[in-house]
Design a protein around this ligand. Structure first.
Ligand SMILES: Cc1ncc(COP(=O)(O)O)c(C=O)c1O
Length: 377
């Protein structure tokens, strides 16, 4: 097992925003399975859907099921009419891989562009789109410099040169860099990027696997920018911790069998009922209100850490603390854990991914602990 600041924690059970360890400690969970558990652990409404399905059928391969039909219908409600749901898969990496297939089939062009510090998955192909730890280089994959290292107009200039010189069929974008420091660009940037893709015949693939389904306040970030990506990827929050992901395609692209082949667990009825249960729960909750409340709490409770040179960036229920070299994010995360709060450090940042259902007093307590650890770190 990879050692982390929390290697000696063994979680026994969980309820909403709390993890209960084997020795009976309660931890406020601001990691939430990499941001996947957005409506709380062991959510009773979603559990009920799973229990009902458990007795019926688990996996039937490509065969149709009412569970899958219902999930598709629920997902499509979140998107403008121009999109059609193209498939349920199991992980984020898997839908990013399939998006590559769609782009190649539709455009006939092999080149792919991704941007530094983005996360689209850890397979050999998807890691080449932005992750530092890519291990290999693939000849047709171009990873371009990104904000904030260079300004937005330079990012666009570089993209334009790539689109002009290469046969680029796909441009992958993560609209808020979750593991890359919490940076996001202006709406105008995304609009220009989208126009460039359209002009040069490259498919714009928006990876909303982390940001999708209200994580940043709106259902999806592309809605805010007023753009219509060709492909939208989503997962995480949609399954509330159950492994499921999805891909949405502009209806102008007819799905061909080579583009979106099935895989063993794709669209299994267990995953499908979790999706329906989760999306139903979201529709019954005031999600934007809950997320704005989290945003306001985190912003006002943690703005003081900037005095120590720690940058606080993010939106809604997705926040990043970016530490200067003198402060070690893993040590801060360790001190926070001692006080009963689980956060997720990586490189020299800490990600805060609270569930939308977090209790007010738990969020306030977690912020107090984090602030203190940052001040002493
Ligand atoms: C934006 C984004 N895309 C893709 C992925 C990969 O998803 P998975 O770990 O399910 O393969 C992640 C995972 O953290 C992510 O945050």
């Amino acid at each position: 097992m990879i050692p982390t600041h929390a290697s000696n924690i063994e979680v026994f059970s969980a309820r909403n925003d709390l993890l209960i360890t084997r020795d009976g400690r309660q931890l406020i969970d601001l990691f939430c399975g990499g941001g996947s558990v957005f409506l709380g652990h062991a959510n009773t409404s979603i559990n009920r859907c799973l229990k009902d399905q458990l007795e019926k059928i688990w996996n039937i391969g490509v065969l149709k099921s009412p569970a899958r039909a219902e999930a598709c219908e629920q997902i499509e409600r979140f998107f403008p009419d121009r999109y059609a749901f193209a498939g349920l898969y199991s992980t984020g990496m898997e839908v990013a891989e399939f998006a590559l297939r769609v782009a190649r089939t539709m455009t006939g062009k092999k080149g792919v562009v991704g941007f530094d510090r983005s996360m689209h998955g850890k397979s050999m192909a998807t890691s080449c789109l932005g992750w530092e730890n890519k291990l290999i280089s693939l000849p047709e994959f171009r990873r371009l410099p990104n904000i904030p290292v260079i300004p937005e107009d330079e990012v666009l200039d570089n993209l334009l040169s790539a689109l002009r010189s290469d046969q680029i069929g796909a441009v992958f974008v993560e609209p808020l860099l979750g593991t890359g420091g919490g940076h996001t660009a202006s709406p105008g940037f995304y609009r220009q990027l989208s126009d460039l893709c359209l002009e040069y015949g490259a498919l714009l693939i928006f990876d909303e696997i982390l940001t999708g389904f209200y994580r940043t306040g709106t259902p999806f970030m592309f809605n805010e920018f007023g753009i219509s990506p060709d492909i939208i990827l989503f997962g995480k929050a949609m399954g509330n911790g159950f492994p499921v992901s999805g891909i949405m395609l502009d209806k102008k692209y007819a799905v061909e069998p080579t583009m979106l082949p099935s895989s063993t667990f794709a669209g299994n009825p267990m995953a499908a009922v979790v999706v329906s249960g989760t999306l139903q729960f979201m529709q019954e909750m005031d999600m934007p209100g809950a997320v704005v409340h989290i945003q306001n709490t985190i912003n006002s409770a943690l703005e003081s850490v900037e005095h120590r040179g720690i940058k606080l960036r993010g939106k809604g229920a997705l926040w990043v603390l970016d530490f200067p070299p003198a402060i070690n994010a893993f040590q801060v995360a360790g001190a926070v854990l001692e006080e009963g709060v689980l956060v997720s450090p990586t490189q020299n940042i800490i990600r805060l991914l609270p569930p939308a259902t977090i209790e007010d007093d738990h969020l306030a307590r977690a912020c107090e602990v984090i602030e203190e650890a940052c001040m002493n770190g």
